[in-house]
Ligand binder design. Structure first.
Ligand code: 13P
Length: 248
């Protein structure tokens, strides 16, 4: 397997610019690993100073949100060209918090994936089921439906550059991690789905992360699974523990 591991921190709505720079400095030596893509997905206001703070290191900068137009009357939004110029490479799209709290649906998420590729940003596309869908046993169909909607019109060459994050909502911020087998089951299913929608080479190339209470204690087991190529980490990305996950 030649997929490169990708460990991304989703800082969510945490860290002022000064705190963000301090965290970058605190993590600098801990996240060194030439075999891993390390990404900090930071609040928009922190992007410029984080891009400066990580210059010359192995850390890539990501954003957590953007809008599909380049400019104009869209109060409160930020555009792909703005992110690009500030040094952003990766963009989280379709996080469950944006779907559930901010009402983003799969039509908008699909438009964002298209716009990200058109703008030279690499999407980290999130999917995942609620606890009730997990309990009902319909989570596989749910996730397949999300991926099909969100990738509508996306080419195989684009999917090869895509990162998909499987984040079961019941495991986000709850301290309850999916077991490595539960995470592998869905990540394997996503890879099979990509093979069915595209082809074997595309499925082999797409990188799939697990996210949801990943921490220094459980990362190594999760990352040992064949279809888990990395992690999207919330709470633990704000602590020195993040270095242990990068090097797990
Ligand atoms: P936690 O790691 O805090 O559970 O968050 C996961 C997540 O939502 C990453 O996008």
């Amino acid at each position: 397997m030649s997929r490169r591991r990708i460990i991304a921190g989703n800082w969510k709505m945490n860290k002022t610019p000064a705190e963000a720079v301090a965290l970058c400095n605190e993590l600098k030596d801990l996240v060194k690993n030439d075999a891993v893509d390390v990404v900090y997905c930071v609040p928009s206001i922190d992007i410029v100073c984080v891009a400066d703070a990580v210059k010359g290191t192995n850390v890539h900068v990501g954003a957590q949100n953007f809008y599909i137009e380049d400019k104009g009357a869209f109060t409160g939004e930020i555009s792909a060209p703005m992110l690009k110029e500030a040094g952003v490479e990766y963009i989280i799209i379709g996080h469950s918090e944006r779907r559930d709290i901010f009402g983003e649906n799969d039509i908008l998420i699909n438009a964002k994936v298209k716009k990200a590729f058109a703008s030279g940003l690499k999407p980290i596309l999130c999917c995942g089921e609620s606890l009730s869908l997990r309990k009902a046993g319909t989570y596989k169909e749910w996730i397949a439906r999300q991926i099909k909607w969100d990738l509508d019109g996306i080419t195989a060459d684009q999917v090869k550059e895509l990162v998909i994050a499987y984040e079961p909502i019941w495991a986000i911020g709850t301290g309850e991690t999916a077991t490595a087998d539960q995470a592998q089951e869905v990540c394997g299913l996503i890879r099979q789905l990509i093979a069915d929608m595209y082809d074997a080479a595309t499925a082999e190339a797409v990188r799939i992360q697990y996210g949801g209470s990943m921490n220094a204690g459980n990362a190594a087991e999760l990352l040992s699974k064949p279809d888990i190529d990395g992690g999207l980490i919330g709470g633990a990305s704000l602590k020195p523990d993040f270095g242990k996950i990068v090097n797990a």
